[in-house]
Design a protein around this ligand. Structure first.
Ligand code: NDP
Length: 332
């Protein structure tokens, strides 16, 4: 059986050299009571995994050199010693990057097979990135009807869902992304105004797209996007700090927004970071709302799916060069 391990810790932007495909030998592990043998069908790759490649304390422990990378997956049960799960069931679980895994069944969540809902949605729109968009807008960002909302990384897994949720609430939504193709896609999703940040500086774009300012900034990117949004926020505006992908491969201290304190005080801004795993209690309401938006066509799901186990590193690296539209996944 093949596995992909962390070969070395990256300095700056990660590359294929940081990953190694290995053969895991040995006999098939016998299942104890309450366990399942799983064959992953789709793996998720996510930006937070970049942080786990560094040997630094964080809200989630680092990967270990020489051990398999792990990420969320949809897997098929191929053997079971638990009552709740049978062969052929699909589950969502956090799994090692290997072709088979044995897991205590309590760590696997069976996913429903609703018509019109692909199993892959449970890694994206119906899963962690969707919940992140939901919490970041409502709980952290206090989204209100009529808000002018700016979302960076708008064509990604979180951003594309956040923008569409904000549209369901009657907001004017501005999105930024890094290619013209993505910009066209965002228009089709219903974003009111969009810009390619590789062609227009966020500060200039916001000045022309939101001449009267914005009320809520959903930050997926950090850096110059955050600085521009802080400059553009109206009095009592809010910033939902979700991620800062423009900084994840930095090798030195990252520059803060130069206009932070004066604006936050003068405009009485609320700036709040969050980690989605603290918000599991919102999952039921989120899944109900998201299922409704998807089935009514108000939220469309974008996915980029790489093929084959060996493409896992490339899919992960592609997050940092923008090769995904919507949720980045690998099908096995
Ligand atoms: P995405 O699907 O958005 O994929 C990453 C995207 O980031 C790329 O497609 C690329 O799009 C963009 N990007 C990459 N490098 C840069 C750069 N230097 N400057 C600007 N944009 C860049 O990922 P997710 O939706 O999964 O995650 C989005 C953000 O949300 C990340 O920052 C992530 O860490 C964060 N997050 C936070 C969570 C939390 O609990 N707080 C939970 C989940 C995600 P483009 O072509 O537009 O550049």
């Amino acid at each position: 059986m093949r596995a992909i391990v962390l070969a070395s810790r990256p300095v700056g932007t990660p590359s294929r050299e940081n990953f190694e495909m290995v053969e895991v030998d040995g006999e098939k592990e016998k299942l104890r009571a309450g366990q399942v043998r799983l064959r992953p069908r789709w793996f998720s790759v996510d930006p937070y995994m970049r942080g786990r490649m560094n040997d630094v304390p964080s809200y989630i422990p680092p990967f270990r050199v020489g051990e398999p990378i792990t990420s969320e997956a949809i897997a098929e049960v191929i053997e079971s010693t638990t009552e709740g799960l049978s062969t052929g069931d699909l589950v969502r679980a956090h799994l090692a990057w290997q072709e088979e895994s044995v897991l205590d069944a309590r760590f696997a969540t069976k996913i429903s097979s609703d018509p019109g809902m692909s199993p892959t949605y449970y890694l994206g729109a119906m899963g962690m990135p969707g919940l992140t968009a939901y919490v970041g807008l409502f709980t952290v960002g206090h989204l209100r009807e009529g808000d002018v909302v700016f979302i960076s990384g708008a064509a990604g897994a979180v951003g594309s869902i956040a923008g569409q949720i904000a549209k369901t609430q009657g907001n004017f939504v501005i999105g930024s992304a890094g290619s013209d193709t993505k910009i066209d896609e965002l228009k089709q999703l219903g974003f009111d105004a969009v810009f390619n940040y590789k062609k227009s500086a966020p500060k200039d774009a916001l000045r022309s797209l939101a001449p009267n300012g914005i009320d809520l900034y959903f930050d997926n990117v950090g850096g110059d996007h955050l600085e521009a949004a802080i400059g553009s926020l109206r009095n009592f505006g809010r910033v939902s700090l979700c991620g800062a992908i423009s900084q994840y491969n930095s090798t030195g201290p990252t520059p803060g927004p130069r206009n932070f304190e004066g604006n936050v005080i003068r405009k009485r801004l609320e700036v709040r970071g969050f980690i989605v795993s603290d918000h599991q209690d919102e999952r039921v309401a989120f899944e109900r709302d998201m299922a409704g938006w998807i089935s009514s066509g108000k939220v469309k799901v974008l996915e980029t799916i790489y093929e084959g186990f060996s493409s896992l590193p490339d899919a992960f690296l592609g997050l940092f060069s923008g090769s995904n539209n919507g949720k980045m996944l690998v099908a096995l």
